[in-house]
Design a protein around this ligand. Structure first.
Ligand code: BG6
Length: 509
């Protein structure tokens, strides 16, 4: 099999290399790419941080992370080989001199390689550093040459529309949009990318993928984990900012977009922008009707007692921050006019589950007698993203027997059964694309800002009214009583989760 690999000599500069993101996700993903023969023959990972490390200390720390989190961790004999390509640059992110010194080091690398390496500057740092990192890189001339220099940042990109605009403007002062890679790791997941493949490589569903046949669409991203050790961040964010603004809206775009003319980055991103632009604005006085929020209290997860959000370390005892959010959106265009899109996400929910469900309209006339079916279920197509990875079509069938009795049944495509071998984690895919200079799976500035404008009224209304009912759902349940508020008026409920044959699960990133 042909393995696509990067050929360009490449340096990845990792700002915040001593942090958790670098340790748990980024360097293990680079190691996996290395083991799979995807990295170029000339590759250097230059860690940049304030910590009192040197090359050896950094390598020792990264070794632990790789041994724990890499997909290829069993190949431990290759870890040292990989780490030979890791170096440390000690410096303060706010100190312009540190960037000049970095530039000198990177020039020396070019000289020793006898080549002009491409450079990716990855800000694995809290967002407050995005602006200074970008400015200092620009001042040190590290934003040039344009086609060989890139900056990578992670969500959250701002905490509202204004702050997101400020970050984008600051990045834009040093880098052109084509050089900026904004990560939303959901876009790197195999199952997310497969939404495009499923829709646009197969002709049979596309003709019914619209308002004439689709009754509603639900997008759920539920986690059984709580806030973990991220309270300082989460207390400033909440579910709407943390998940809906990025991951859920990106999924909505993939489900609702028009067929792209080509797979070119901007073609796909333009089609996604069309969806975001068409989302019907939410007025402040509609928020109570179309949005619901909640916060978990104590409860049970996998047989273990867990504390409520307000008892988590670092969380205020009267925290108003939502750990659950649900929303109804409409897309005002020809394809989707009148079809509700229901989005929900929450922490400490009954199970981990990410899925998109396309629910089709009922038959116009029921041919079968009322008694023919004890359970009449609408036809649904489930795009199961994680942990179960597959696509399930639910429809009615005749139960074998002498009389006409109907029963809901399922037809499944299961990744684990259809494809052998592990798939890359989202970070592997995204890092590989950064090195390939392919922005398709990354968020453009206008997408981020339009995403914020969709949610801005909800953020404002929630921000201005203290939720006296919190905590309002027990950990280990499907969210608060109000979770169905956005659906109830339309006569819907959240579809029940699929019963999974557990052996159908695969590892996925
Ligand atoms: C992150 C959020 O973007 O996505 C986290 O900040 C969340 O709060 C995580 O836990 C979920 O990602 P995944 O890949 O585990 O579904």
């Amino acid at each position: 099999m042909h393995v696509e690999r990067i050929v360009e000599p490449t340096v990845v500069v990792l700002f915040g290399v001593a942090g958790d993101l670098s340790w748990r996700l980024i360097t293990p993903a680079l190691f996996d790419l290395f083991v799979d023969g995807r990295l170029p023959p000339r590759f250097l990972l230059m860690g940049f941080d304030r910590a009192d490390h040197d090359d050896q200390k950094l390598r020792d720390r990264l070794r632990e992370g790789i041994a724990q989190f890499a997909r290829r961790k069993r190949q431990h004999e290759r870890i040292d080989e990989f780490l030979q390509q890791v170096r440390y640059h000690r410096g303060d992110l706010m100190d312009p001199e540190a960037y000049l010194a970095l530039a000198a080091q990177l020039d020396a690398v070019n000289q020793s390689w006898g080549a002009q390496a491409q450079r990716a500057f990855y800000a694995a740092t809290p967002p407050r550093f995005f602006e200074p990192i970008s400015a200092h890189l620009g001042a040190a001339g590290l934003n040039e040459p344009r086609e060989r220099s890139r900056i990578v940042i992670e969500k959250p990109i701002g905490h509202d529309l204004l702050s997101a605009r400020a970050i984008n403007a600051a990045l834009g002062r040093s880098f052109k949009e084509k050089q900026i890679f904004r990560i939303d790791h959901y876009l790197g997941k195999e199952t997310t990318q497969n939404i495009l493949a499923f829709r646009f490589a197969n002709p049979m569903f596309e003709p019914i993928w619209d308002r004439r046949y689709v009754e509603c669409v639900t997008i759920s991203v539920a986690e059984s984990l709580g806030v973990e050790r991220r309270a300082p961040y989460y207390e400033q964010a909440g579910a709407l900012r943390d998940m809906v603004q990025n991951h859920l809206l990106q999924l909505l775009c993939l489900v609702a977009m028009e067929p792209p003319v080509s797979f070119a980055a901007d073609e796909i991103r333009n089609k996604k922008m069309d969806v975001l632009h068409a989302i019907r604005p939410i007025h402040h006085d509609q928020v109570a009707e179309v949005a619901a929020r909640g916060q978990y209290g104590p409860g049970w997860i996998d047989g273990q007692r867990v504390v409520g959000y307000r008892q988590e370390e670092g969380v205020a005892q009267d925290s108003p921050v939502e750990t659950f959010a649900a929303l109804r959106l409409f897309i005002d265009n020809w394809r989707w006019q009148g079809v509700p899109f229901y989005l929900r996400t929450g922490k400490r929910m009954a199970e981990r589950l990410s899925e998109v469900i396309i629910q089709f309209r009922s038959v116009p006339h029921r041919t079968f007698p009322a008694g023919a079916s004890l359970e009449w279920r609408p036809a649904r197509l489930r795009l199961c993203l994680q942990p179960y990875e597959g696509i399930v079509l639910e429809f009615m069938a005749k139960q074998p027997g002498l009389s006409m009795v109907l029963r809901p049944v399922e037809m499944r495509f299961d990744y684990a059964e259809s494809f052998s071998g592990p798939s890359p984690s989202a970070y592997e895919t995204l890092l590989f694309d950064v090195m390939k200079n392919d922005t398709t799976l990354f968020m453009r500035a206008d997408q981020v800002e339009t995403g914020w404008s969709v949610l801005q009224p909800v953020l404002e209304v929630w921000g201005n009214s203290y939720p006296t009912e919190f905590p309002d759902y027990a950990a280990g349940t499907w969210g608060p009583y109000s979770a169905s508020t956005p659906l109830i008026r339309d006569g819907f409920t959240w579809p029940p989760p699929l019963k999974i044959r557990r052996n159908g699960e695969r590892n996925g990133g």
